[in-house]
Design a binder for this molecule. Structure first.
Ligand SMILES: NC(=O)c1ccc[n+]([C@@H]2O[C@H](COP(=O)([O-])OP(=O)(O)OC[C@H]3O[C@@H](n4cnc5c(N)ncnc54)[C@H](OP(=O)(O)O)[C@@H]3O)[C@@H](O)[C@H]2O)c1
Length: 275
């Protein structure tokens, strides 16, 4: 049976760049909400020699994610899941951000766990923003609820998102908390899924020059300051992250699990060494 790699958010940005770095004998399944975006990505990938299947899916819908699993499982052995689908503060209001980034990650991990086996790997894309979450708001007992009481989990994160004064920062707080959840949840899953031989790891990019990252830098002062804190004084390139994410997913990286890989160009350590 052929090996299958599923990439949520595979129609653009880092998801698409990761797909380009996956071995050509692996069947790709790319997904997102917009068919035209997926069709364009499929053409690009096929021209480069990949076999590509696509299906529209909203990761915040458990049913959609289930359909995605069924398609992927029908094509071969699901070895790799790159979960790159997400929304940033400029793109949506807090509830949608939490539903897509946090509940979407729970849906993807929980559904694919059922269809994956020994040697499988799930890479959840978080964000360096996860590290900015105010400690007082990080409540792991609330995060636990995502799996069994989604409504209360959502209610709690929505309440936290209301703390900042303006709409952009409310969405920013929703983003930060949802990505903090992703980092925590990937670690939880890593320890649970290890019993089945499945590796789980999260990746936290800094500011990356995709449409999403560029929109944030145009909108927010602190995002521009973050770029100034990097070693190279620039945003990351989508292809750099695509290569890194595909490498992290590679089975030769078998000992890399249960941890977040922060790829922010040194922005977080820049604060320590700023002159
Ligand atoms: N760029 C940055 O600076 C940066 C920094 C840190 C973390 N990240 C994270 O990296 C990941 C990839 O982002 P990117 O920068 O590559 O931006 P991107 O090009 O906008 O990629 C995000 C993808 O997610 C898909 N998506 C959004 N909502 C979805 C949903 N509900 N269900 C399924 N797919 C959905 C989008 O397609 P549709 O709109 O068609 O659904 C899009 O293809 C995201 O999780 C993002 O939060 C980005």
């Amino acid at each position: 049976m052929a090996n299958v790699c599923v990439i949520t958010g595979g129609g653009s940005g880092m998801g698409l760049e990761t797909a380009r770095n996956i071995a050509k004998d692996v069947i790709l399944v790319i997904t997102g909400r917009t068919l035209a975006k997926l069709e364009h990505a499929k053409t690009v990938l096929e021209e480069e020699g990949h076999e590509v299947h696509l299906i529209t899916c909203d990761v915040s819908s458990r049913r959609d994610v289930h359909e995605l699993c069924l398609l992927a499982a029908s094509l071969g052995t699901i070895k790799t899941v790159i979960h790159a689908a997400g929304l940033s503060p400029t793109m949506a209001e807090p509830e949608q951000i939490i539903r897509v980034n946090a509940i979407g990650t729970k849906n993807v991990n929980m559904e694919f766990y059922k269809y994956m086996d020994q040697g499988g790997v799930i890479v959840d894309i978080a964000s360096s923003s996860a590290y900015e979450a105010p400690g007082i708001l990080v409540k792991h007992q609330i995060y636990e609820m995502a799996e069994y009481d989604e409504d209360n989990f959502l209610k709690h994160l929505k309440r936290e998102a209301q703390l900042p004064p303006d709409d952009y920062n409310k969405s920013g707080m929703a983003y930060t908390m949802s990505k903090n959840f992703v980092v925590w949840y990937a670690q939880k899953c890593a320890h649970e899924y290890a019993a089945k031989g499945i590796r789980v790891v999260s990746v936290s990019p800094g500011l990356i020059e995709t449409d999403m990252g560029t929109a944030e830098v145009e909108k927010a002062d602190f995002a521009r300051k973050m770029v100034e804190m990097t070693c190279a004084k620039r945003m990351g390139r989508p292809e750099e992250l695509g290569y890194a994410i595909a490498t992290i997913a590679d089975e030769r990286n078998g000992y890399l699990c249960g941890i977040d890989v922060l790829i922010d160009g040194g922005a977080s350590t820049g604060k320590k060494f700023k002159k």
